[in-house]
Design a protein around this ligand. Structure first.
Ligand code: SAM
Length: 199
């Protein structure tokens, strides 16, 4: 039983593996300590080919960018690290940093605060919504917007409501939107997936 044995982020990674292909461009909209960035890097790159795929990773905190960079230094070689582009910006500005006409396979959000960091710096509904709208614009058909939403901290539940309202509003002709929630662990993170249908 998937969710019982794994953390929410690991369950998300299992879903990503079904969607992401080698050579894809993906976006980590909240790179934090870099665990998701590293997982994405492994999914898009092919050791023998070098940078055919790319991860564009961003975070509003400089500390998070440094933490992601040092995790990558420990986990991968310098050539593979070059396939990750790190940006110290708000994710609502993601369209400004990706190359023009990019085909983006996935935009992933791991909302909330940086574990081990300043708990007062959290994602907030206003910019999360702007970032979701940007993700909707840049995602390629056959792509995925993935969110891990934490509801245990103040503002978390409101953010989940906003994410759910956004997913509910996407046209059913183009999108499949769903959530995965633990019924007997009411404070567990909620997973939301928005799949863009192939054309
Ligand atoms: N994915 C990360 C990992 O694997 O370690 C964990 C992410 S953590 C739960 C949430 C991150 O979102 C924090 O590092 C925080 O600084 C970042 N964040 C908050 N608001 C943001 C914004 N507007 N734009 C980009 N990142 C933001």
């Amino acid at each position: 039983y998937l969710f019982g044995r794994k953390k929410a982020t690991e369950v998300a990674h299992v879903v990503w593996e079904q969607v992401i292909q080698k050579g894809d461009m993906v976006i980590d909209a909240t790179c934090g300590n870099g665990n998701d960035t590293l997982a994405m890097l492994k999914m898009v790159t092919n050791d023998s080919v070098g940078c055919d795929g790319y991860v564009y990773a961003m975070d509003i905190q400089k500390d998070a960018i440094e933490s992601t960079s040092s995790l990558l230094d420990q986990a991968v070689g310098p050539k593979e690290k070059e396939c990750v582009k790190l940006f110290n910006i708000c994710h609502s500005k993601m369209e400004e940093i990706i190359p023009e006409n990019s085909r983006v396979r996935m935009v992933a959000f791991n909302l909330g605060y940086l574990p081990g960091g300043n708990k007062s710096i959290i994602t907030v509904s206003d910019t999360t919504l702007s970032a979701l709208k940007a993700a909707e614009r840049i995602l390629m058909p056959g792509g995925l917007i993935s969110l891990v939403v934490y509801i245990g901290h103040p503002g978390g539940r409101e953010e989940l409501e906003l994410v759910e309202a956004f997913g509910s509003s996407l046209p059913v002709s183009d999108w499949v939107c769903c959530k995965l929630q633990m019924l007997n662990r009411p404070l567990a993170p909620v997973l939301v997936f928005m799949f863009k249908r192939e054309e």
